[in-house]
Design a protein around this ligand. Sequence first.
Ligand code: ZN
Length: 118
Amino acid sequence: MAGKQIPREISEAVYARDGVCLSCARPDARQVHHRVQRRDGGHRLSVCIWLCLWCHGDVHANPAQSRMRGMIVPTWADPLVIPVKTIWGWRLLDDNAHYTLLQPAEALPIIEQEGLMF
Ligand SMILES: [Zn+2]
């Protein structure tokens, strides 16, 4: 059972990997966004990303659009399989604070196959 508090080693690893808001590159007002609801996904590094306060609000205000960007991963999908669309392009995150860049032609079929399109 994942606690509400994000372990410090997780937030430090997310910060070291992302550094700025992944959606708009703002360096300040950072928050840890959970792509999977905490009670289902815990604080895994494939789940946690840095977003600024404003982009974080946008993600939760527009859940359908956020699923298409991999910002929100439903419980039926695996965050290790679902790439996230950042300001620098699509990234596939692992649980070791690394990521792989994907081309849109690689990322979009995954989003579609996993049922994350409208
Ligand atoms: Zn932002």
